[in-house]
Design a protein around this ligand. Sequence first.
Ligand code: SF4
Length: 464
Amino acid sequence: MSHTVPNQYRSEAARTLRDLPKVRTSVTSATDNFNHNRLRAYGEIDTDRWRNWARDVKTHTLTNLDHYLEQAEKSLTANGVHVHWANTSADALAAIREVVSEHDLKSVVKGKSMLSEELGVNAYLEELGVHVREADLGEYIIQLLGEPPSHIVGPAIHKSLEDCQQLFHEKFGTPLDGDPDTLAQAAREALRAEFLAADLGITGGNFLAADTGTLALIENEGNIRLSTSLPRVHVAFVGIEKIVPRLEDLAGFVQLTTRAATGQPIGNYISLIQGPQHRDEVDGPEEVHVVFVDNGRTNLLADEEAWEALRCVRCGACLNICPVYRQTGGHPYGWAYSGPIGAIIAPGILGLKEAMPLPYASSLCGACTDVCPVRIPIPELLLHWRERAVEEGLAPKTEELGLRAYTALAEHPQLFSIGGSLLRKLPWQRGGRALPVLSGWTQERDAPDPSSRSFQSMWKDGIK
Ligand code: SF4
């Protein structure tokens, strides 16, 4: 499946709903599960207090980001880690090319990293002739299928068990009715050889403590643990917003992130990377590199309203609860980050024009903010980007004209009354054909019969 771009969102969402009904079923079922587990896990702790704490720590860090990034660089260097700075995705790719060519690296195992998706690391390394194997089970499945991830935490969330049974039957000869354990065992065996052959491990970074230079990675399968200990070189791509001030902050962030993401009290494996292998250690890489990636994040930070999106810990809770994302999964968004969080960071990172119409892919119901562990005011930021789209002439013209017409009507009660009685006479029940401006809405659903009387006349009569 080819990767799309955000500008194709409307047509790709319509295509998914029309041609791929199984996607909606799979995504809804998986996100229901995530939501159920998150609700239970949030109920086990004083979540509001932890969410306030996490919001405040992230806000403090972002407000003093220059200080904490310098401190992190010093701590990492003291630990023997090589630090690279990448302003753009091209800089980040140049950094890994340098490492690959210096060590003549040929084979990569990669732990799940959305930042590496954002940067296009796999395609770039393959162009250089380096073999790349995704080691997270979900990422492995979609790599075999040639698809991009559909969710931040569950990349293969749009696939059903039957889809996976068919794929594993074709690739590994497992039975067509193989249970999930049988499929996981087949993947484990295939990946074991990849781990042993790899000379480079690539990961992202959930958090990086500035005071000790500790890189924290959360996972459930152990693939990140292996990717960071078996190959002789480890490269971690870390967004500059992933810094936290102190090692002790990790305790709060790790548990809050996993509760929000999967409803677990804590991930099965938490790796705290402190540098390359020491002389008295039995395993670990000879070299560790951290590539700090900006790629538009300082633009976002400079935006007086949109900067709050940088608090994101990529838990995916806002995707799980979003009534828009849940219909299609992540592919129509055309970018590494989908759902509500994708819609508020894409304009900052890609540019508003390139990100259109993602800020409009929301009903503004606010469910995303209710679950966000770092209290990002997502609907407010969506409105912020919509306002900017209107200012820059990027908003859909029909919406702009419609709102202008509505404003004119709403400011003139008599006109409003005439307009209302005209609308009540239109043939609403004919699939909206008489109302081209609403035809997109009525293609998929019946419009309700309008009331026979206007609110104004009911009000005058004391609403009966
Ligand atoms: S915006 Fe909030 S809920 Fe959504 S992925 Fe980020 S931290 Fe999680």
